[in-house]
Design a protein around this ligand. Structure first.
Ligand SMILES: [Zn+2]
Length: 315
């Protein structure tokens, strides 16, 4: 039995026991936001009183009198949805191996498509930003890939309209097991673009194994070592050194054909890929995923719709 595939995750009855009412969700959010108890965002003071018994909880600081609502300053800022809907979305997204579409969310939550879209993108943004806090180190397998190109979802023959190059990279531990993956859109596979990618995504001194495409020499410019694998007559994708990077690319492929279908790759690639990598990186503890995503949402800050709809800078 595969330890990762057969782990229990968080069952639906357990989920509803923990987060099935608005009051349970509010308590969970309060704990996620202030694990050591309320702290005034204005002055840092802990002493406070709680206002709004029937409405959403608001905290008033004893020192500076500043009022802070439970949702203000979190990813849930300004939402009209009950927290139970948000928590259910967090549960469904985090437990679905190959991701969940906004359309599926709409049906599960009983909300409109625009509402489901926004909720989906806010949560994917939280996942992406959380994962961006990590850099890869040690031995790192890399490969070049395209959304809308080799992967399904693009229009055949007209892929360039909706085609996004991205780097798939997996850091391994001493036993050769994958620790952390990154899926990062890049402007193209040039030495300059790869150097810029390595600068933000790799810890200096990383040891990069590639298929020898010229652009990968860019990692040396950013302080890493580069070991092109000699591929001889074999296709680099089938070499054992690329096993994990291929597994991650397989996840992308399954998510695109199963859950996401085609989307505006050029605009949203970073967020979709970020969400896939986030889940892959936390696959050893599925049951804890909803709590971790909740903590990310509670501490990230608001991400309003106009910001989410802006084109990605990086592609
Ligand atoms: Zn205060």
């Amino acid at each position: 039995m595969n330890r990762v595939q057969f782990q229990p995750g968080l069952s639906m009855p357990d989920f509803f026991r923990q987060f099935g009412t608005e009051a349970l969700c509010e308590t969970a959010l309060e704990r996620a936001r202030w694990p050591q108890g309320f702290r005034c965002p204005e002055c840092g003071n802990r002493a406070h009183c709680v206002l709004g018994v029937r409405t959403r909880k608001t905290f008033q600081c004893h020192a500076c009198r500043q009022q802070t609502s439970l949702l203000a300053g979190t990813l849930f800022h300004g939402t009209k949805l009950p927290l139970t809907a948000w928590f259910l979305a967090i549960f469904l997204i985090s437990q679905a191996k190959t991701g969940l579409s906004a359309l599926a969310l709409k049906r599960h939550l009983g909300v409109s498509y625009p509402t489901a879209w926004l909720l989906h993108h806010k949560l994917m943004q939280a996942m992406t930003e959380r994962d961006a806090l990590y850099t890869l180190s040690g031995p790192v397998q890399v490969d070049d890939a395209y959304l809308g190109g080799e992967l399904p979802g693009g229009k055949p023959g007209r892929g360039s309209e909706n085609k996004v190059p991205f780097v798939a990279a997996v850091a391994l531990n001493g036993d050769g097991h994958p620790i952390h993956a990154k899926l990062s859109p890049v402007p193209g596979f040039t030495r300059k673009a790869i150097a810029a990618w390595a600068d933000t995504c790799l810890a200096p001194g990383s040891w990069v194994v590639s298929d020898g495409l010229a652009c990968w020499a860019g990692v040396v410019d950013a302080g890493s070592q580069h070991n092109p694998e000699v591929v001889g007559g074999r296709h680099p994708k089938v070499l054992p050194g690329f096993r994990w990077v291929n597994t991650v690319l397989g996840n992308v492929k399954t998510s695109l054909s199963g859950a996401y279908h085609a989307f505006k790759f050029v605009k949203y690639a970073k967020r979709y890929l970020g969400a896939i990598a986030y889940r892959f990186n936390r696959r050893f503890d599925l049951a804890a995923l909803p709590s971790r995503l909740l903590r990310a949402a509670a501490t990230l800050g608001p991400r309003p719709e106009p910001v989410l709809r802006m084109a990605e800078d990086s592609c």
